[in-house]
Design a protein. Sequence first.
Length: 178
Amino acid sequence: MSLYYEALYRFAYSLSGQESEAWDLTQQTFLIWARRGHQLRDTARVKTWLFTTLYREFLGARRKNTRMSLMDNEALELFESPGDAVVPENLDATTVLVALDQIDGPYRAAVVLFYLEEHSYREIAEILEVPIGTVMSRLSRGKAQLRQVLEETRSGSSKIIPFQSSNHSSNSKSAGHE
C-alpha cells in the first residue's frame, strides 16, 4: 500500500490545502482500507478504491466543517494580509499549485486527478462518482478557471490567496452546475 501513499497524500493536499489535513485524510483512508479492504473483490481496483475513499472522507469532513463554521467568506476576507500577494513574474510550479487552490472544489478535484495524479477519465468518474461527461466538463471549466486566475495574477489585477483559505471558501455560484 505504500506504493499509493504519496499519490494519495498529494491528492489530499490539493483538496484540503493543508499539510495536517492531508496527512489526516491519507491516514484515515489507510485506516478504512485496513478495516474494509478485504471486501474489495477486484484487486486491480485498489488504487481507484483508495482515491474514492479519500475523496469521500474529504467531502464528509467538508460537510461537517461547513455546518460547524461560525465565520462566512466576507468575514474571512477582513483577515487577509496584503503580504499574501504573489509576484506575477514568479509563475512557477508553486504559483500554479496555489492558483489551483483558487478554483472551485469539484473542478479542482478533476484537474488534480487528471493532470497531477494522471488518472483516466473513467478512473476519475469512478473516484468522484460522476459520469464521464461530467468529468470532461469539470476539467474544461477547471482549466478555464485556472487560466483566468493565472492571467489575473500575471496582470497584477488579482492576488492569489494562500492554501489555508480553502478551508473556509465555498463558491456557491457554480456548486450545482455541471
